[in-house]
Design a protein around this ligand. Structure first.
Ligand SMILES: C[S@@+](CC[C@H](N)C(=O)[O-])C[C@H]1O[C@@H](n2cnc3c(N)ncnc32)[C@H](O)[C@@H]1O
Length: 225
């Protein structure tokens, strides 16, 4: 089996791409994920007093949806490495009258500036697949560290498991590998379930979806075992 494409540029360059493209991403890309985002949040069954961390929150589409589920006693943190994305998320939070419930943090998923056991839920949408396999290991270790006992994780990613021969996946991977500069976007299909399991997470639910009838995406809900 052909091994998945992997980023050939450092994560810092990938984050810089998202920083530059923050407005375009906010307007044209993030809305494509609305259905899978809402479905993942539904599957996470977030309680109104829970403490939530979104890693790679981008322009904050999930954050404002999560904020609506919470009461004033909870904590909702959106973390991203791109200042442009944090600005967009802040604007969205203000426009949605949710800024009092959302804490935005400029930071790195590989070294979370969050205390051990400080959150009940970690949500990672379209972000895990930006990292190399070694970095995913570090990011998931960090997720495990910040989750409290009984905590859970929700991941939405480009899917590779079971989609290796899918024409969209094959075309996307060809573009990723051959079009100069495209790898600076970072996103590529990954084996998310087996990676989470290898990092000690138990998967409670896996759903397979397609965005725009084309793009295989999976939702994984799990917890540290
Ligand atoms: C594909 S976007 C997804 C944004 C958002 N979750 C969504 O689905 O709309 C990936 C996000 O990960 C962020 N990112 C990249 N490297 C990061 C890192 N090391 N730590 C935290 N965020 C990072 C990027 O800046 C970008 O906002």
């Amino acid at each position: 089996m052909k091994s998945p494409s992997r980023p050939s540029v450092p994560n810092e360059d990938i984050a810089a791409t998202y920083d530059r493209l923050a407005t375009l991403y906010d307007w044209f890309v993030a809305p494509l994920g609305t259905k899978t985002r809402q479905r993942a949040l539904e599957l996470l069954s977030i309680g109104s007093d829970e403490r939530i961390l979104e890693i790679g929150c981008g322009p904050g589409h999930a954050l404002v949806s999560i904020a609506r589920l919470l009461d004033g006693t909870s904590r909702l943190i959106g973390l991203d490495a791109a200042p442009g994305m944090i600005d967009r998320a802040n604007d969205r939070a203000v426009r949605s009258a949710a800024s009092d419930r959302i804490e935005l943090v400029l930071g790195d998923a590989r070294s979370l500036p969050i205390a051990d056991g400080a959150v009940d839920v970690v949500f990672v949408e379209d972000t895990l697949e930006l990292f190399s396999q070694e970095e995913i290991h570090t990011v998931l270790e960090e997720c495990d560290r910040v989750l409290d006992t009984g905590g859970r994780i929700g991941v939405v990613t480009m899917e590779r498991e079971g989609a290796e021969d899918d024409p969209f996946v094959r075309t996307y991977e060809w573009i990723f590998d051959h079009v100069p500069g495209y790898d600076r976007v970072g996103c590529r299909p990954i084996y998310a379930r087996r990676t989470l399991e290898a990092e000690g997470f138990e998967i409670d639910r896996r759903e397979r979806h397609r965005r725009g009838y084309l793009w295989p995406v999976e939702i994984l809900i799990g917890h540290p075992s």
